[in-house]
Ligand binder design. Structure first.
Ligand SMILES: [Zn+2]
Ligand SMILES: [Zn+2]
Length: 178
């Protein structure tokens, strides 16, 4: 595969299917039901703790109010109890372990030789960065299967750095980290 095709392929695998398919309650007018989904806006997620970030533009069908706050609260309520799948946790742990091993190797060489040779393993951290897409792709592959046999994951937003998905076919919730 050519590099360009590979890049396109990667983008496709990483693509998120934005949407919102759960009920919300409008705090202004009391409407309860599915909000109007008006597309989505790219944004910078709050990458700490479990602060929700909603990318979807959601509107109350009754009064037209923006329901981002309600959606954020709902996302927290739905996904806080959801665990990151084991396969995902293993991949993250492996990546951290490999990086830590390189840093540790540097420290050991520095101590043993007492000279600048110790920084050599640190150079391997750069190719490690090149592996990030490989890791991310393997994590994204977790979205290609669901117990219901018909995986159709809708991306609802982020809780901290975790991506929150809901299978449109069966309602199963999936939380991923990359
Ligand atoms: Zn309303
Ligand atoms: Zn499903």
């Amino acid at each position: 595969m050519k590099l360009k095709e590979r890049a396109a392929d990667y983008r496709k695998a990483m693509e998120l299917n934005h949407g919102w398919e759960v009920e919300l309650e409008c705090t202004a007018c009391g409407y309860r039901g599915l909000p109007d989904y008006k597309g989505w806006t790219p944004g910078y997620p709050m990458s700490f703790g479990s602060t929700p970030t909603i990318f979807a533009d959601l509107e109350c069908p009754a009064c037209g109010r923006d329901l981002e706050t309600e959606a954020g609260a709902k996302l927290g309520e739905l996904f806080s109890p959801v665990e990151i799948p084991r396969a995902n946790r293993r991949l993250l742990a492996l990546f951290i372990l490999l990086s830590a091993a390189l840093v540790a190797a540097s420290a050991v060489i520095l101590v043993l030789t007492g000279n600048a040779l110790g920084v050599i393993p640190l150079f391997f951290l750069i190719p490690m960065l090149a592996f990030i897409p490989v890791f991310n792709r393997r994590i994204a592959a977790l979205r290609q299967r669901c117990d219901c046999g018909d995986p159709d994951y809708v991306f609802m937003g982020m809780l901290g750095r975790a991506y929150c998905f809901r299978c449109s076919s069966c309602g199963k919730l999936l939380k991923l980290r990359d």
